[in-house]
Design a binder for this molecule. Structure first.
Ligand SMILES: Cc1cc2nc3c(=O)[nH]c(=O)nc-3n(C[C@H](O)[C@H](O)[C@H](O)COP(=O)(O)OP(=O)(O)OC[C@H]3O[C@@H](n4cnc5c(N)ncnc54)[C@H](O)[C@@H]3O)c2cc1C
Length: 404
C-alpha cells in the first residue's frame, strides 16, 4: 500500500506508531514532524538524567529512520510554523502525537505565587531543553506536591550528591546548580493515602540507594491488598539513614492554599483531622500536564473515538490519553491505532506530502545524527553526553554536511 502519513511529534508515541505503520505497510511514506530540531520528546527532556537505561529505547527508534525509511522533519512547529489544516491537505492522514508539555496549575489560592514551580518547568531546565527557563532558587526546604513517578524523579535528583550522578547526562550548569542548591530538607506530599500513591514500588526502592540522606515516612499505614502492601513495605524500609539532607514523606494531604505573602513560604493542607500548615522555601508541583495550547486539543478531542478525531485525523500517546503511562504504554496504543489508520486510509497520489515542508529551515535525521555525535564524542568526565542546549547551535550542527 502507498500513501502519505504525517505524525506530529517524534516522541515515543509518534515513533511507536511509525514503526507499527511501516512494519505493516513498508510502502507508505511516514514523516515525523517535531517542533524541536531533535527527536524523541520526553525521552530526551523528561526521563531522568540518571536513568540512561530507559533512554536506550532511542536505539530502537533510530532503526525507524535508518532501516524502515521514516522521514524526520525537525524544527517545524505545527500550529506555529505550519497550520494543521495545511498539513491535513498535504497528507492522506495526520496523527497528533504532540504530548502534553505545560504544567497543570496548582488551582488553589497562592498557587501562582513566586516560588511555585511546575515539574515540567524544572525538568526542562535540568535537562537543558532549548526553551527552558532558568533554574530557580529553591531555598533550603522545597516541598513537593504530588506522589507520582515524576515527583519521585525530582526528589531523587534533588537529594543526590554530585558523585551519585556519574554516568548520567546531566549538564555542567545543572550539576553546579544542584551542588550549590543549599537544599537541607525536602518534604514530599500526596493527596491519597500511601497505599494508593501513584509512584511505582521500584522507584521507592531506588531511593534506598541514596547516600547522605535521612528519611522519615509519616503515616504510611497498612493495606489488605498485597501489591499495595509491597509499596508500603518499600516505603518503610527507607526510614532511617543519616546525612546532610533530610527527606520526609507525608500522605493524605490535600492542598488548600500556598501562603506568601510575596513568595511561597508554606502550604496549607486539608487532612482527615482538619488542617495542617507545612513551612517551606519553595513548592514544586508534580500534578500532571496539559497542552501548551498550540494545537486545539480540547476542541479536537470532543469528537474522539478510538484515536480518530475527524476524517484523516487521529491522535495518540499522551496527547490523546492525558499525562498517564510510561514509554512502553504508548506502544500498545500505537499498534491499535496503526490498524485503524490502515483500514481507513484512502491514498491520493496528488497530495504533496513533505514537499510543503521544503524550503523551511528544518533538520532531518542525518542532521540529528550530527548533533548526537557532537554530544557524545567527548563528554566531560563522569558524563555520557554533553547536550547542545540552544536551537541555533543545533541548527548549525545539523546543517554542517550541507555546507561542505
Ligand atoms: C518528567 C518525566 C519523566 C518521565 N520518566 C519516565 C521514565 O523514566 N520511564 C517511562 O517509561 N516513562 C517516563 N515518563 C513518561 C513518558 O515520557 C511518556 O509516556 C512519553 O514520553 C509520552 O510520549 P508522547 O510521544 O505522547 O509525548 P512526548 O514524549 O512529550 O513527545 C511529544 C513530541 O511532540 C513534539 N511536539 C509538541 N508540540 C508540537 C507541535 N505543535 N508541532 C510539532 N511537534 C510538537 C514535542 O517536541 C515532542 O518531541 C516520564 C514523563 C515525564 C514528564
Amino acid at each position: 500500500m502507498t500513501g502519505k502519513i504525517a505524525i506530529i511529534g517524534a516522541g515515543p508515541s509518534g515513533c511507536f506508531l511509525a514503526q507499527a505503520l511501516l512494519k505493516a505497510e513498508p510502502g507508505l511514506q511516514v514523516d515525523l514532524i517535531d517542533r524541536l530540531p531533535v527527536p524523541y520528546g520526553l525521552v530526551r527532556y523528561g526521563v531522568a538524567a540518571d536513568h540512561q537505561g530507559t533512554k536506550a529505547v532511542t536505539r530502537q527508534f533510530a532503526r525507524l529512520f535508518e532501516r524502515q525509511g521514516a522521514g524526520y522533519y525537525g524544527n517545524v512547529g505545527i500550529g506555529s510554523d505550519v497550520t494543521l489544516d495545511a498539513l491535513r491537505s498535504a497528507y492522506d492522514a495526520v496523527v497528533l502525537a504532540a504530548g502534553l508539555s505545560a504544567d497543570r496549575a496548582l488551582a488553589v489560592p497562592g498557587g501562582d505565587l513566586p516560588g511555585v514551580f511546575g515539574a515540567g518547568r524544572l525538568t526542562r531546565a535540568l535537562y537543558e531543553h532549548p526553551e527552558a527557563e532558568a533554574l530557580p532558587d529553591l531555598g533550603p526546604h522545597p516541598l513537593i506536591v504530588g506522589n507520582g513517578n515524576v515527583a519521585i524523579d525530582l526528589l531523587r535528583l534533588l537529594a543526590k550528591s554530585p558523585d551519585e550522578l556519574e554516568g548520567s547526562d546531566l549538564g555542567q550548569g545543572p550539576t553546579d546548580w544542584l551542588a550549590g542548591s543549599g537544599i537541607e530538607e525536602i518534604t514530599i506530599t500526596g493527596r491519597s493515602p500511601a497505599a494508593a500513591a501513584k509512584f511505582d514500588t521500584v522507584m521507592i526502592k531506588e531511593l534506598g540507594k541514596l547516600s547522605g540522606v535521612a528519611i522519615r515516612v509519616i503515616g504510611a499505614g497498612e493495606s489488605d491488598d498485597p501489591e499495595a502492601q509491597k509499596k508500603l513495605d518499600a516505603l518503610k524500609a527507607l526510614e532511617g539513614g543519616a546525612g546532610p539532607r533530610r527527606i520526609t514523606f507525608r500522605f493524605g494531604l490535600t492542598p488548600l492554599a500556598v501562603d506568601g505573602p510575596g513568595r511561597a513560604e508554606a502550604v496549607r493542607f486539608a487532612t482527615t483531622d482538619g488542617e495542617e500548615r507545612l513551612p517551606c522555601t519553595s513548592v514544586l508541583t508534580a500534578i500532571g500536564f496539559d497542552t501548551p495550547g498550540d494545537l486545539p486539543r480540547d476542541a479536537l478531542l470532543t469528537e474522539e473515538s478510538g484515536g480518530r478525531l475527524a476524517e484523516g485525523l487521529y491522535a495518540t500517546g499522551w496527547f490523546r490519553r492525558g499525562p498517564r503511562g510510561t514509554i512502553p504504554d504508548n506502544r500498545a496504543d500505537a499498534k491499535a491505532l496503526a490498524e485503524r489508520i490502515l483500514a481507513e486510509l484512502r491514498p491520493d497520489p496528488s497530495r504533496p506530502g513533505a514537499d510543503i515542508l521544503q524550503g523551511r529551515d528544518h533538520t532531518d535525521y542525518d542532521g540529528w545524527c550530527r548533533i548526537d555525535s557532537a554530544e557524545t564524542a567527548n563528554p566531560p568526565p563522569g558524563r555520557c553526553r554533553a547536550k547542545i542546549t540552544t536551537r541555533e547551535e543545533m541548527l548549525s550542527l545539523a546543517r554542517q554536511e550541507d555546507m561542505q
